[in-house]
Design a protein around this ligand. Sequence first.
Ligand code: ADP
Ligand code: MG
Length: 461
Amino acid sequence: AWARIRGRLREEVGEVEYRTWLRQMTLAGIEGDEAVVVLPTRFLCDWVRSHYGDRLRALWQQENSGVRRVDVRVGPQRPAEEGEDDAAPAREAAPRRNGLAEPLAGRNGAAVRAADPRGDWSAPLDPRFTFDTFVVGKPNEFAHACARRVAEKPAMPGFNPLFLYGGVGLGKTHLMHAVAWAIRGGEGGRNVAYMSAEKFMYRFIAALRSQSTMEFKESLRSVDVLMVDDLQFLIGKDNTQEEFFHTFNALVDAGKQIVVSADKSPSDLNGLEDRLRTRLGCGMVADIHATTYELRLSILVAKAAAAGVEVPKSVIEFLAHKITSNVRELEGALNRLIAHANLFGRAVTLDGAQEVLHDILRAHDRRVTIEEIQRKVAEHYNIRLTDMSSARRARAVARPRQVAMYLAKQLTSRSLPEIGRRFGNRDHTTVMHAVSRIAELMQADAAFAEDVELLRRMLET
Ligand code: ADP
Ligand code: MG
């Protein structure tokens, strides 16, 4: 079966991708309903898990319906055998979880689940999503502080339920897993059930079908901490909402902690029953805001360091400027750069980054305006925006102004006279002079050239 799965993947993704990411993947064995797949490095594991995890699981299910999960781990490699068969012994893979999984790195994930009689309730937790790896900044500090508090002392008054909300890819799931890891790893062996709202619904429907709703209710109500991710999924699913509402009440009344996430605040979740909405808003409601430039920088620095790859400051700044949508995309871009660097044994450079990420960057492109250029350049050289059009001729303002003119010529389709007008009604010959002067300086001074290049890339359409 494994050979067939590999074959299918190879066909689906093509030879190049297969060789790059999947060739070294081996099957360590099957543990219960989980197929354990190993790869030699943490980096490859992360990559395969996030890019091919779902596909692997689906292919396994087609082959062997007993397998419901696929775990991708760092592990010792066996020589790749072409005709590997499915009778691979379920040997002890002795996987080493990577260091990021602290404080649970000591135990392996499967063992934790197996030891927990109701562990079945919980979806597996991502070992990368811990408090250690969560980078805190202004946009998420409040949510982070609340999550920490709940992890330390579940079911404290005022923090129950904890309702986390925010846009896609901003760290809700990461924070929830971090809370779950922390509580599971803490004293008292608390029983934490984490699941998506979708999974909650499927479980509920399955219980209805098999007429085991009593069991469903009882087992759910026996958890100490219930975490339901992406609650917005329950909008329009009235029966499931109803069931969730009852579970919710029973648990809170019994002094158990509830943590819920959604893409909107309780009051904005239209289509959720009023009484549920009211109860959800009763504890602590914490939002995760869109990332700031500073937070994106810190995240990139942290992730590059964790991957052990040297990424130049200019590249980090460039990415933080360009990829502003969410952390997931930012991470994806960085991972791709790191992968290229690893594969080809080349250092990460600004040029390389632009080439490797051209498709992602294109999606973030927009037309650049002269105002933007002026603003960015003024910011960069720490001068006032008004000095872009002022008459001051001190070098400290004149040079940045020339840089801005140069960039305006390079990046927009404005004519020289037009550019001149936008820089305090200057003559077109002034602009022409600025353009050639900057080009000259760039020739002569590599550091200066790099500076201007960086600005250009940040602004570029
Ligand atoms: P959401 O559930 O809000 O859609 P996720 O929690 O899945 O977002 O986060 C998307 C990705 O971004 C994950 O890989 C996560 O680890 C990463 N991420 C998000 N916020 C942070 C952060 N503050 N520090 C480190 N990684 C983060
Ligand atoms: Mg999520």
